[in-house]
Design a protein around this ligand. Structure first.
Ligand code: SF4
Length: 344
């Protein structure tokens, strides 16, 4: 029988598992507390569990799903972690300090099948989905690494991969992240970002009150087809319709991410189209001037064009920020993640 990864279990699943090996149900809560609140490095540290059970856990399970291979720090304080998985694949996770926030950008897949032209992960192709443990362990490992130097305040599913293409593992990992006996994050502090997988998007709205971000990046099908192939399956009209029907809690808004690319989607006309698309919606817009990567021929617009684009949205009373690029010097910025050791 394969050794299970402890962080793959939601609490209810762990309760069933401990019973299946002859232990009492409440042991699952003790394990959760030890793993997530106390952040144990080995089962030996669990003095509330019998010696025999600790030995059983040690030989019969995996406590960690990731192995930290490298940690890089950007001039602006952004931290990029390279983790190795049990099968030799690797993934990257980024911590973006922006006091009082510390936002952790987690990956949900190794590579990505969607091939957006501005995104380095997209050039890798799809390798495999991460399991729940591999997603949850990104948070655990970074928390341990930070120790008393800081804490993670927010989690965004904006790293490698399309989270909604790995729906079950992402939903299960959110359950562990928000379980009071688990990582104990509020749903308000978690954001799932999607390129627009419409059926899964609707399911997410019904199942989880996390924040939603849409990678929009264009205000017409003609342009979106060029840079995001998924638009040929779920065109803008279907994505926007899903957003309009999305069960948003009072005072919540959907975030629309818009990467600004010179001479492609950065004109005043594009900005006006975007205003029309978002008309009447509870929306906020993050404008992200392109972070070019080595395999990308697209260019970042001039500062004047970026500000002019923002101005059109502001005049239409949209909440809009220009997201400053963080960690670009260590390839940790938006669209630059690739799990460096295995991206060939
Ligand atoms: S932007 Fe997101 S969906 Fe598109 S290729 Fe990159 S990881 Fe995949």
């Amino acid at each position: 029988m394969e050794r299970p990864f402890i962080k793959n279990f939601r609490l209810s699943e762990l309760e069933a598992w401990v019973e299946s090996i002859g232990e009492r149900r409440f042991r699952a809560r003790q394990i959760f507390k030890n793993v997530y609140a106390r952040q144990i490095a080995s089962w030996d540290e669990c003095s509330d569990l019998s010696k025999l059970f600790r030995v059983q856990l040690d030989f019969g399970t995996h406590l960690n799903a990731l192995n930290l291979r490298e940690r890089q720090e950007s001039a602006d304080g952004t931290l990029k972690y390279l983790f190795e998985l049990h099968d030799g694949h690797s993934l990257e996770t980024v911590l973006i300090p922006d006091p009082p926030r510390n936002t952790l950008c987690v990956s949900s897949q190794v590579g990505c099948a969607f091939g957006c032209t501005f995104c380095l992960t997209g050039t890798m192709g799809f390798k495999r989905n991460l399991n729940t443990a591999e997603i949850v362990d990104q948070v655990c490992q970074v928390r341990r690494d930070l120790g008393s130097r800081g804490h993670i305040s927010n989690i965004v599913f904006m790293g490698m991969g399309e989270p909604l293409a790995n729906y079950d593992a992402v939903i299960n990992s959110i359950e562990v992240m928000t379980d009071p006996n688990g990582l104990a994050f509020s749903h308000r502090r978690i954001t799932v970002s999607t390129a627009g997988l419409v059926p899964q998007l609707m399911k997410l709205g019904e199942q989880s009150p996390v924040n939603l971000a849409i990678s929009l990046h264009a205000s017409s099908d003609a342009v979106r087809n060029q840079i995001m192939p998924i638009n040929r399956i779920y065109p803008l009209s279907s994505v926007m319709e899903a957003c309009r029907c999305y069960p948003l809690a009072p005072r919540k808004r959907i975030t629309f991410e818009y990467i600004l690319i010179a001479d492609l989607n950065d004109s005043i006309g594009d900005a006006r189209n975007l205003v029309k698309l978002l008309s009447g919606m509870r929306a906020k817009v993050n404008l992200i001037p392109l972070n070019p990567h080595p395999r990308c021929t697209l260019r970042r617009p001039s500062e004047d064009r970026i500000l002019a684009f923002q101005d059109v949205l502001r005049q239409a009373d949209l909440t809009v920020i220009i997201r400053q690029s963080r960690g670009a010097d260590i390839s940790a910025a938006c669209g630059q993640l690739a799990g460096r050791h295995h991206d060939s």
